[in-house]
Ligand binder design. Structure first.
Ligand SMILES: *Cc1c(COP(=O)(O)O)cnc(C)c1O
Length: 378
């Protein structure tokens, strides 16, 4: 069986965890967390990066930081993971769903302005498959109406928009280091803060609403409860694991990109023959090979194709059930536009196995098998 995902370990993870263990550094914000923060700041060019225990946590921190409260509206695609919406819904906000672009499956920036109301507090572009949204247009609209932009860059580490790292372009950006992402720590994430005025508040929200971080820097002589907050920081063992991954990010990225490009080349003919649509990468984007997906032509039944692949030893998978059609999405959110692209694309999309160590022969087999199944059921 060719698995859909196989988490890649660099070989250093256990040694770094052992180091934390030997030094009795177990709680958060120890030396490995510091290394990860510095690395993220240098690598992405953000003002400040703070590790969190997930991307979900980073999005929840964003909602607190922006003071999102009951009745506020937050614009986002419906074609995304539940956390994009949940982080704001638990603060009482209303997710307002906008349709996606047919090419990148990202928030359609041309529909964005029509969704804005007096209650809109934030826009959450999701960089699907690590491919950038059209950030200039999104930022211009946000600026015009004085609203914040929170980039859900869960899948977007190492990708850029016009040369700038995803997650550093909006007001805030959220990364995920979940086992299914490119760089991993089991569960894990980071919040990137791109505005000076939010830095101290972000530290406090992450540290139970206290100024503990300032106390450890010697900026205040005692620490105390100052703001709303929670515990959003991961322990050192998680940071130690993550450090091994960050150190090896170039190898991981290069290897994934090689597999991505191979799929793209092998599937060119199938696109010309109108069996599938391959991903589109706009000129403004350098992507990170997070995912290889294809959109099946209308005449194919996705579940049949997935089952046929599975029977031939290939674990390909579908992706999101659009949030606007989920029970919670209906209860807590509303749609602002026609959702036809979201509905049609999400119904026909399949993701192919992509992980470090996937062999050329396996990719050849996957593509040949997929094309055969489609040709036979045409
Ligand atoms: C993975 C993912 C998340 C959630 O990340 P966690 O680290 O598991 O909380 C949120 N949004 C998107 C778009 C994702 O792909």
């Amino acid at each position: 069986m060719i698995p859909f995902n196989k988490p890649y370990m660099t070989g250093k993870e256990l040694a770094y965890i052992a180091e934390s263990h030997a030094n009795c550094k177990l709680a958060g914000d120890g030396p490995f967390t510091d290394k990860c923060h510095l690395w993220l700041e240098e690598y992405t060019g953000c003002k400040s990066a703070l590790l969190t225990h997930s991307c979900t946590a980073a999005l929840e921190m964003s909602a607190l930081l922006l003071g999102i409260s009951s009745g506020d509206e937050v614009i986002m695609p419906s074609y995304t993971f539940v956390s994009t919406a949940n982080a704001f819904v638990i603060r009482g906000a209303i997710p307002v769903f906008v349709d996606i672009r047919p090419d990148t499956l990202n928030l359609n920036e041309k529909l964005l302005e029509s969704a804005i109301t007096a209650k809109t507090k934030a826009i959450v572009p999701v960089h699907y498959a690590g491919v950038s949204c059209n950030m200039d247009v999104i930022n211009d609209i946000a600026k015009k109406y004085g609203i914040a932009v929170v980039e859900d860059a869960a899948q977007g580490i190492s990708s850029t928009y016009k040369g700038q790292a995803l997650g550093t372009i909006g007001t805030l950006g959220a990364y995920s280091f979940h086992e299914t992402k490119n760089l991993i720590s089991g569960e894990g994430g980071a919040l990137l803060i791109n505005q000076d005025e939010l830095l101290l508040m972000a530290e406090m929200i992450r540290e139970k609403g206290t100024d503990r971080s300032r106390f450890f820097r010697g900026e205040v002589d005692k620490y105390t409860w100052r703001e709303k907050g929670s515990s959003f920081l991961p322990g050192e063992l998680t940071a130690a694991f993550l450090w091994a991954q960050l150190e090896n990010s170039k190898f991981i990225q290069d290897s994934r990109m090689e597999s991505w490009l191979k799929y793209h080349a092998l599937l060119r003919a199938a696109e010309i023959n109108k069996l599938i649509i391959r991903p589109t990468i706009p000129d403004y984007c350098q992507h990170n090979a997070h995912m290889y997906y294809v959109v099946l032509a209308e005449q194919f039944e996705r579940n049949y194709v997935l089952k046929a692949l599975f029977e031939r030893g290939i674990n390909a998978v579908f992706h999101y059930v659009p949030l606007h059609s989920s029970p919670a999405g209906k209860k807590f959110g509303r749609v602002a536009t026609d959702m036809s692209v979201t509905n049609s694309r999400s119904k026909q999309l399949i993701r192919l196995p992509l992980w470090v160590g996937l062999e050329d022969e396996q990719q050849n087999y996957i593509v040949k098998t997929l094309v055969n199944i489609l040709e036979e059921s045409k």
